[in-house]
Design a protein around this ligand. Sequence first.
Ligand SMILES: [Zn+2]
Ligand SMILES: [Zn+2]
Length: 257
Amino acid sequence: MTLIPLPAFNDNYIWVLHDGRRALVVDPGESDGALNWLGSEGITLDAILVTHHHGDHTGGVDALRQATGARVIGPSREIVPEPLDRVSDGDTIELLGLRFEVLDVPGHTAGHIAYHCANVDGRPLLFCGDTLFSAGCGRLFEGTPQQMLTSLDRLAALPDDTRVCCTHEYTLSNLRFARAVDPDNTDLQAYEQHCQSLRERNLPTLPSSIGLEKQINPFLRVRVPALSEAARRHAPETPSNALGVFTTLRAWKNVFQ
Ligand SMILES: [Zn+2]
Ligand SMILES: [Zn+2]
C-alpha cells in the first residue's frame, strides 16, 4: 500500500491510500487535485472518508463522488454531503482489503471521527482529521476541553508506531508554541530542526507517529510536570490536573504569537 499526501489550499493534505489499482481518499476539501492524480495514475477511487463537516474537508466530496462513483463514509452526527454511509464509534469498514475501525473523537467539532487501521503493511495507520496535529491539536469549535482531552488520550493510547495522518501542515507553527511551553525538551528541539529542513525543501512533515507525538506534543504531555508548571506560570489559577493543564494550554495557544 502507498500513502500520499496531496496538497490542497494553503496547508491542507488530502490523504490518498492505494494499492496501485484502487484508492481511498480522506477529507477532500476540493476535487481537482485528486481527480488529476487518479487520472494520471490510472487508479480507481473506491471510497471517500470524511472526518468532520468543515468545508475544507468536504468541499470536493460531491464532485469526486459524481466523477468516480466512489462510496462516501462519514460521521453519523454531522452534516456531510449526502448520500453517505454514516459511521460512529466501534464501527468497522472493509476498504482495499483493509479493516478500518471508527473512533469518536469530539472536541474540534461535536461529531468528529477518526479512522484507524491496525495493520497496513505491518504498521497501524490513523486518519485523524483536525483532532491531533503534529505538535498540536485542533481548536475547540464545538466541543469542551474535557471532550478533546478524552479524544486525544484515546489516540495517544494507540501503538507508538501508528502513522498519524493529520489534515493540516501546521507543524512548524505548532512547534513554536510547543517550544515556548516545553523549552527543555531536547526531542522537541531535534524534531523542530528536522521539520524545518523538510519544509525548506517543500516536503510534508507528515505522517507523524503516536510515539513521536507523545515525546513532543504539549497536548499529549499535560501530565508531565514541565507542562503543568508552564501552564501555571501562564495562568496561576490553573488546576494541577490534566484537564486544568490542557484547558490552559489550549486557550494560551489560541492567543500565542
Ligand atoms: Zn476542521
Ligand atoms: Zn481543517
